[in-house]
Design a protein around this ligand. Structure first.
Ligand SMILES: [Zn+2]
Length: 356
């Protein structure tokens, strides 16, 4: 990214004194914190938040569909079994308003979703998203729950938060639901943070095995939201090449790191260290959002990458360090994919542990 492109992205260079820990020089590894500092932070730090809602289980996709309600119950059961659950602060979900959804989706598309559900269709007329009679209600509360998690972080009630939501969102463009997604939850949160909490720069980090074409589409010409994605390529939906860098004010604020099938911890961590860290250092996000897709995990039923549970912990540590460095630790992670139930549950546990 050139200085000119950086300025178009709202990047301020040389106006902030760096903290002594966290993100080191561009491309370098993150320095370990001293034990004393870590202890001090642990004692003072608010808990990690967890947001989910029973209505997410009523988005029924049918037998044999990989994106099914048991995905959420598997995560919750694992967090309870492992003992992590009791350290989490529950965040109640709420319904998003239509205005909050309109921040990421076209009015015409929202009306299409309302009509498709009302007519009892089994799939969105825009593409490959299965729906049922409760799907609209679930999608509205998925957006609203994610916004509630954003509020909880902004208020300081929780240090950061994980949102176990369905339907997922990162394939939803402004005008089209696709790839199991109805409304783009992370895009709505980025816009909400800017409008409601007056933030200028938001970073979205997407490690789902699929490229988040919808999120990229929504912010392609924006410049105030940086979108970074690692994903398997070639793969659905086919977008996410390195030359897709944004345009206009958004030029340089879209960063795509396609990975070959079979890539694992080494390759994905290298992308984070060599591409995300220097970009984040220039962008200086005021809030960080993760599109947390655990279908990049080894043995996923749809993905072909080999990220381990330890790898997800290390990715989380990288993003937490960026949030600590630039955003006062403000971070919300939102579930996207992940289709091997046992693997999804273990990877999510590893991720949530590494957030605290
Ligand atoms: Zn995915």
């Amino acid at each position: 990214m050139s200085m000119q492109e950086a300025e178009r992205c709202g990047i301020r260079i040389g106006r902030r004194r760096f903290l002594t820990v966290g993100v080191a020089a561009a491309g370098a590894a993150i320095l370990p914190r001293s034990a004393a500092k870590a202890t001090e932070e642990t004692e003072m730090k608010p808990p990690v938040g967890f947001m989910t809602d029973p209505i997410y289980l009523r988005h029924i996709t049918g037998d044999g569909h990989p994106e099914h309600p048991q995905r959420l119950t598997a995560i919750i059961d694992q967090l309870k079994k492992s003992g992590v659950w009791k350290s989490l602060q529950q965040i109640p979900a709420r319904d998003a308003t239509m205005d909050q959804i309109r921040a990421a989706q076209d009015e015409k598309y929202i009306q299409t979703v309302i009509r498709d559900v009302k007519e009892g269709r089994t799939g969105l007329s825009t593409g490959d998203t299965v729906i049922c009679s409760d799907s609209l209600a679930a999608a509205i509360r998925a957006v609203g729950g994610v916004l509630a998690a954003g509020d909880a972080v902004m208020s300081g009630k929780v240090a950061s938060a994980f949102c176990a939501v369905r339907p997922p969102g990162h394939h939803a463009t402004r005008s089209r639901g696709m790839g199991f997604c109805i409304f783009n939850n992370v895009a709505a949160l980025a816009r909400y943070l800017q409008k409601q909490h007056k933030l200028s720069r938001v970073l979205i980090v997407d490690w789902d095995v699929h490229h988040g074409n919808g999120t990229q589409d929504i912010f392609y010409e924006d410049g105030s939201v940086m979108y970074f994605s690692t994903h398997q390529h070639p793969m659905y939906p086919g977008t996410g090449l390195p030359e897709e860098i944004g345009s206009g004010k958004g030029k340089g604020c879209i960063i795509n790191c396609p990975l070959a099938r079979g890539s694992g911890d080494r390759e994905i961590l290298a992308a984070f260290d060599e591409q995300l860290l220097p970009a984040a250092k220039k962008f200086k996000p005021e809030f960080v959002i993760i599109s947390a897709g655990f279908d990049a995990r080894q043995q996923d039923s749809l993905g072909g990458l080999n990220v381990t549970d330890s790898g997800f912990a290390q990715l989380t540590e990288r993003v937490v360090a960026i949030a600590n460095e630039f955003s006062g630790g403000k971070l919300v992670s939102v579930l996207e994919g992940g289709y091997n139930l046992a693997g999804l549950a273990l990877a999510a546990e590893s991720h949530v542990r590494a957030m605290s």
